[in-house]
Ligand binder design. Structure first.
Ligand code: SAM
Length: 240
């Protein structure tokens, strides 16, 4: 049984996740930076730097949300970045940010599901996704479709929360994730479940080598895991 935001409902994880992100979209950016102490910005920057050498010209940002990873990818000077997400509310916030930056010619945000991407095979030079894969209804199906639309020679960069294993980081992190984050998240976002779902979904997510096994099953090769910040977050790299 997969972890879902609203446990008393019968509808699919995909529908619940889209509804949850629609609900919290006006407060998402604020809460993201507040609850992570701004370190999420550093994690995305670090991940994008790993693509510098590859110089990708067209990039697909999966689960783009309010577009922060797509905006960070502007540092690579690509011709085009397409962001897809299932939550129209998140995309609306993202479009406003991109408009403000005057980057709407380069970044285009579209509604789309990672499990059935509306793109041709072997199309993108790079696929990026930050804090998205944990929310997929079917992780293997999502990763497999990402691999399908990436061209041979391309690079995929996944950023996702992981579970720190060493004392005392594990204990401090568990306390923060279990007690502080859900309380602050609930008060600010007004969504009763979103910030309880966050730690629960991180707990249930196959991180580290378990993720690499599924990543390879989806067809990615030469995979690698780079743990960041005591293992709170990890970057996964895959090729084709
Ligand atoms: C935690 S947010 C991450 C947003 C952004 N990438 C960031 O780094 O801030 C997760 C996003 O994944 C999206 N999402 C979840 N499942 C998805 C799917 N199957 N296809 C596309 N987007 C999905 C959600 O709607 C949400 O906007």
């Amino acid at each position: 049984m997969s972890v879902v935001p609203y446990k008393d409902r019968e509808n699919s994880k995909r529908e619940q996740v889209a509804e949850m992100f629609d609900n919290i979209s006006p407060k998402y950016d604020f809460l993201n930076h507040l609850l992570s102490g701004g370190i999420d910005i550093y994690w995305r920057k670090k991940a994008i730097k790993l693509l510098k050498k590859a110089k990708p010209r067209n990039i697909l940002d999966i689960a783009t949300g309010t577009g922060d990873f797509a905006i960070e990818a502007l540092a690579l000077n690509p011709e085009k970045i397409i962001g897809v997400d299932i939550s129209e509310g998140m995309l609306a916030v993202g479009r406003q940010k991109i408009q403000k930056l005057g980057k709407q010619d380069i970044i285009e945000l579209r509604q789309g599901d990672s499990e059935s991407l509306p793109f041709a095979d072997n199309y993108f030079d790079a696929i990026i996704v930050s804090f998205g894969v944990r929310n997929f209804e079917n992780l293997l199906a999502g990763l497999t479709d990402m691999q399908r639309v990436m061209r041979p020679g391309g690079t995929c960069v996944v950023v996702e929360f992981s579970k720190p294993k060493a004392f005392p980081f594990k204990q401090v992190y568990n306390f923060y994730f279990k007690y502080i984050l859900p309380t602050v998240g609930k008060i600010v976002s007004k969504d009763r479940s979103a910030y309880t779902y966050l730690p629960e979904s991180v707990q249930a997510f196959p991180d580290g080598n378990d993720f690499l096994t599924i990543f390879e099953k989806a067809g990615f090769t030469n995979t690698k895991c780079i743990p960041l910040t005591f293992g709170i977050c990890s970057i996964y790299l895959g090729h084709k």
